[in-house]
Design a protein around this ligand. Structure first.
Ligand SMILES: Cc1ncc(COP(=O)(O)O)c(C=O)c1O
Length: 442
C-alpha cells in the first residue's frame, strides 16, 4: 500500500485537517488574525466545526476563557491525517493480527524499534527491556500496585506532577516531598528521607523523578545530579521511576542529557515514556523500559495476561509510523510548533518589562514556571487571572509551598492567543502600587 501522506483516505467529513506529516502547521480555524475569539476552548462551542468537542474530550475551560493550564497539545498540533493514514497501512500490513490480542509485553517489532530509539543512550537496550503500556499513567499504576504495598512511601520533588501524586495516593501509597533547587532534587534530601522512612518502620516504594523538562518547573537535572541521585538511591536500595514524558521535546540547540536509566545501565531504574506528548494523548500508548527481570514481573500482571498487550491495535498503527519514518518527520514539525508558542508566550509576558516575575523557560517540554515577586499571594493572582477570563495552574496544585509560582503551558493554545494572554498576565504581575510599597521588586 502506498504511503500517501497528507491524503484523506476516503474523503471523509472528518474535522478540518491542520497538520501534515512533513509539512507546515497550518493555522486552525481558531487562530486566524482578527478572530474575536481564538482559544481552543472556543472551538468547543461549535460542535462539529472544530476539533474540541465537549462531551468527547476531557473538560476544558468554558468558551471565551483562555486556558494556560492544560498540559495537552493544541488541537491544531494533533496529527489527525498522519494517524488516519497509518491506521490504513497497519491494517493492510498486519491484517487480523492487528486486531487480535497482542503479545503480552507488546508486539516484538515495536519493542525493538523503541529500544533502537535509545541507541544513543549510554547503555544499549533490547526488546526484552521494553514493555508497551497504555501511557505513563497506566505504567505508574502498574508499578504502584505491583512493586509497592499500601502504606509504602513514594519520595518525590516538593513540586511534582499533580496527577501522579493523586494516582499514588489512590493506590494507598504515602507521599514524602523532597526539597529541590535549580539543579533538581536535592541529593541530601533524598538521603535523609530514605533514612527517615526506614527509621519509621516503613518501606520506600520508589523515588518518582522527572529529571528532563520537569512538570511543573521545566527543570532538567544535570548528568552529575542524576549520577548523585542514582548513587544515593542504589545505596538505599530504592527503585527510581524516571518519568520521561517530555524526553523527545528538546526545543533548544544542544545535546539531550542522558536518561537516568541509561546512566545506570537500567539497574534499579524504570523509565517511562509516552506518545501522549509527541503524537496524541487519546492514543493512550506508551512504553516502559528496565531490567528484563523487573519488566517481566510487570508483564506477568493479570491485566496483561487477560487481554494481552495494552492498546495492541493502536500500537500496530504506531509501529507503521516508526517503521516508515513518519514519526521522525513529525517530531521536528511538532517541536517547531511548540517553539513558536513558547516564544509567543514569553513575548507577551515581557510586554511590561521583566517586572514582578521571573521565568526560567524550560529547554523543552510544555511548561514555563513563573515565579512572582515576593508579596503577591497566590489567591490574589488567581482571582485577577479569573476576572480577566484566564486560567492558570497555581504552584500549590503541584505541592509547591514557597513564594507564589504558577505553571504556564504553551502547548495547548495557538501563538496569537498565548501572546495576548501573556500580556494580560504580565499586567497583573506588574503592580506599581505594590512595588511602591516596597513589597515587590522591579
Ligand atoms: C510528567 C508527566 N507524566 C505523565 C503524564 C501523563 O502521561 P500519559 O498521558 O501517557 O498517561 C503527564 C501528562 O501531563 C506528565 O506531565
Amino acid at each position: 500500500m502506498g504511503r500517501a501522506l497528507g491524503r484523506r483516505p476516503h474523503g471523509a467529513d472528518r474535522p478540518r485537517q491542520v497538520h501534515r506529516a512533513a509539512g507546515a502547521v497550518r493555522p486552525g480555524p481558531a487562530d486566524r488574525p482578527g478572530d474575536a475569539v481564538t482559544s481552543a476552548a472556543t472551538v468547543a462551542a461549535v460542535p462539529g466545526r472544530g476539533h474540541w468537542v465537549r462531551g468527547v474530550v476531557q473538560d476544558v475551560a468554558p468558551p471565551g476563557v483562555d486556558d494556560l493550564a492544560p498540559g495537552y497539545l493544541d488541537p491544531a498540533l494533533l496529527p489527525v491525517e498522519l494517524l488516519a493514514d497509518a491506521a490504513v497501512r497497519a491494517l493492510a500490513t498486519y491484517g487480523p493480527a492487528a486486531l487480535s490480542y497482542g503479545e503480552n509485553q507488546g508486539a516484538l517489532r515495536l519493542r525493538a524499534l523503541l529500544a533502537e530509539r535509545a541507541a544513543d543512550e549510554p547503555s544499549p537496550a533490547g526488546p526484552e527491556h521494553v514493555m508497551l503500556t497504555a501511557g505513563t499513567s497506566q505504567a505508574l499504576h502498574l508499578i504502584a500496585t505491583t512493586l509497592a504495598r499500601p502504606g509504602d512511601v513514594v519520595l518525590l520533588d516538593e513540586a511534582s506532577y499533580d496527577l501522579a501524586q493523586r494516582l499514588f495516593t489512590d493506590c494507598g501509597l504515602l507521599l514524602r516531598r523532597l526539597a529541590s533547587d535549580e539543579g533538581g532534587t536535592s541529593v541530601t534530601a533524598l538521603d535523609e528521607a530514605a533514612r527517615a522512612v526506614r527509621a519509621e518502620g516503613r518501606r520506600v516504594a520508589f523515588l518518582y523523578a522527572t529529571p528532563t523538562f520537569h512538570n511543573p518547573t521545566g527543570r532538567t537535572f544535570s548528568r552529575t545530579r542524576r549520577e548523585e541521585l542514582l548513587s544515593v538511591a542504589a545505596r538505599h536500595g530504592v527503585l527510581v521511576v524516571e518519568d520521561d514524558a517530555y524526553a523527545e521535546l528538546l526545543l533548544d540547540p544542544g545535546e539531550p542529557v542522558p536518561s537516568m536509566a541509561g546512566i545506570a545501565g537500567h539497574r534499579g531504574v524504570l523509565r517511562l515514556r509516552t506518545f501522549a506528548k509527541t503524537l496524541a494523548p487519546g492514543l493512550r500508548l506508551g512504553w516502559l523500559s528496565g531490567e528484563p527481570g523487573l519488566v517481566g514481573r510487570l508483564a506477568a500482571h493479570g491485566l496483561v495476561q487477560s487481554g494481552g498487550a495494552l492498546n495492541h491495535t493502536m500500537s500496530m498503527v504506531v509501529t507503521r509510523l516508526l517503521e516508515d519514518g513518519d514519526y521522525d518527520r513529525h517530531l521536528p514539525v511538532l517541536r517547531a510548533g511548540l517553539r513558536e508558542r513558547r516564544t509567543a508566550l514569553l513575548k507577551g509576558l515581557a510586554s511590561q518589562g521583566a517586572c514582578g516575575w521571573t521565568a526560567t523557560p524550560s529547554r523543552g517540554g510544555f511548561f514555563l514556571w513563573l515565579e512572582c515577586a515576593p508579596g503577591l499571594p497566590e489567591e490574589e493572582l488567581l482571582a485577577k487571572a479569573f476576572a480577566s477570563r484566564m486560567r492558570i495552574a497555581p504552584g500549590s496544585r503541584f505541592g509547591h509551598a514557597g513564594p507564589t509560582a504558577v505553571r504556564l503551558s504553551y502547548a495547548f493554545n495557538p501563538p496569537g492567543l498565548l501572546e495576548r494572554a501573556g500580556r494580560r498576565l504580565a499586567a497583573h504581575l506588574h503592580d506599581p502600587a505594590r512595588h511602591q510599597e516596597g513589597r515587590g521588586s522591579c
